[in-house]
Design a protein around this ligand. Structure first.
Ligand code: SPQ
Length: 438
């Protein structure tokens, strides 16, 4: 383990979150802007790009495939597109670090190229399930080797002729949907994906923005292979998944009054606002507008007394990455919060159900993991030590928990916060968190 991997946070209790802050750019949109920009004809200018390790891994992967990319400099990136068939064989395997989005979307995008390529990742990514993308891609005619059990490294054989499929997703996953659609760009005929519940639709929206038609009818989205992408300008909104930590922090810390600026309000991402509102949070949207094809707003959040709730299952995919933060809200609420239908949380950067339950227990909260969710009794958070297991979202969620703890909270293994939220510690301290890094 490198010295950097041992980074810990120590967060002292108390304080309120105050002021106006802007969290970094949306991770999902940042990945997709590099991918589509690289395949487009012409130069794509991106503003608000997330300079986090995950989206930088995607950026580096395309540089390794011969795409000239300027920046990032203060969120500005210029991708000199090479067209649909202009990528070149990388000299090395593409190392995608901790990023599931990079690996799953790239496996689709690269399945139809005429060169061989291998995708690798860190220990967490190498343990995450890839059969969910390998199965539909193999139905399309792709040849991809994996480790036993369907994990990375993924060895993609070039030169396969892909054929469009009509795929019904076995789970609500934007990554699998996007993987199949990106492979569909290179397939003959029509590729369709039907989802069991709405998931983030940034790929479909951005394809449209690059001039590639997609057709949606209810839960089914389709596109015709063989088209082309035309460069454009992409404005990346602030990431609601990063804003979520502050929405929870300001809700639970008495006296808080915080504005989060220009946050992405795509309706496939706003489940966290609905769930916190159900719990009694004071969240108001201001200055709602559309920017670069995505709805955005400033969010004002003030402290409130939260109540436990039964989280509606239809909100689960719309808040999938925000549950670590929502569990902290539940720990500070009165009464019981019950989550069901969220088994996908077990296959993220960590098993987010078990790791959160363990951490909450370590801080004196009655939290019981269930196969597809968790039951949390609100209570008094105690001082203690929790292990984030290298999961960025767990680390940031427990940092917010300290606002209401009876003593310091130490959080282990926090370096991966840089995958999605570079500058988290500094921004949080500026807003009122008493956090030191060790
Ligand atoms: O990229 P990665 O590691 O999978 O990131 C996570 C996260 O918490 O940042 C999940 F662990 O976000 C995913 C998200 O859970 C990003 C994503 C996307 O950009 O398409 C979709 C979701 O994953 P899934 O498996 O539900 O499709």
């Amino acid at each position: 383990m490198s010295a950097q991997k041992q980074l810990s946070y120590i967060v002292n209790p108390g304080g309120a979150l105050l002021g106006r802050i802007t969290v970094p750019g949306d991770k999902s949109i940042s990945h997709r802007s590099i991918m589509l920009g690289a395949l487009a004809e012409g130069s794509t200018e991106i503003h608000g790009f997330l300079q986090g390790e995950d989206s930088l891994a995607t950026l580096q992967a395309f540089r390794s495939m011969g795409v000239k990319i300027d920046g990032p400099e203060q969120g500005r990136v210029i991708v000199h597109g090479v067209g649909m068939h202009g990528l070149q064989t990388p000299e090395q395997p593409l190392d995608l670090g901790n990023s599931g989005t990079s690996m799953r979307l790239l496996s689709g995008l690269l399945a139809g190229q005429d060169f061989d390529v291998t995708l690798t990742g860190d220990a967490s990514l190498s343990g995450r399930p890839m059969n969910r993308v390998l199965q539909p891609l193999s139905q399309m005619g792709a040849e991809i080797g994996s480790e036993q059990g369907g994990t990375a490294p993924l060895r993609i054989k070039g030169g396969s002729q892909l054929t469009g499929i009509d795929y019904v997703l076995p789970m609500a996953s934007a990554q699998v949907k996007s993987c199949v659609l990106l492979a569909g760009l290179y397939a003959t005929g029509k590729t369709c994906v039907t989802e069991p519940a709405p998931t983030r639709d940034h790929t479909e929206r951005m394809l449209q923005g690059f001039g590639y038609a997609t057709e949606r009818q209810g839960a089914r989205v389709c596109l015709q292979g063989g088209g082309k992408l035309t460069s454009c300008t992409v404005q990346v909104p602030a990431d609601i998944s990063s804003a979520a930590f502050f929405l929870v922090g300001a809700s639970i810390a008495p006296g808080s009054d915080l504005i989060l600026e220009a946050v992405g309000m795509n309706p496939t991402r706003t489940g966290v606002i609905d769930i916190l509102s159900l719990m009694g949070a004071n969240i108001v949207l201001e200055n709602e507008r559309v920017s670069g094809g995505e709805p955005v707003a400033d969010i004002r959040v003030t402290a409130s007394e939260l109540q436990g709730t039964q989280i509606p299952e239809e909100l689960v995919p719309l808040a999938i990455d925000e549950f670590p933060a929502i569990f902290i809200a539940a720990a500070c609420a009165s009464g019981e919060t019950v989550l069901t239908g969220a088994e996908e949380l077990r296959v993220k950067e960590s098993d987010r159900i078990q790791v959160m339950a363990d951490g909450l227990l370590a801080l004196g909260i009655d939290a019981r993991a269930t196969p597809d969710g968790i039951v949390i009794q609100g209570g008094e958070l105690q001082a203690g030590q929790v292990n984030s297991h290298g999961d960025h979202r767990i680390a940031m969620a427990f940092a917010m928990a300290a606002l209401r703890a009876s003593g310091p909270v130490e959080i282990l293994d926090c370096a991966n916060v840089n995958t999605s939220f570079p500058g988290f510690a500094e921004l949080a301290c500026g807003a009122g968190l008493d956090l030191t890094q060790n």
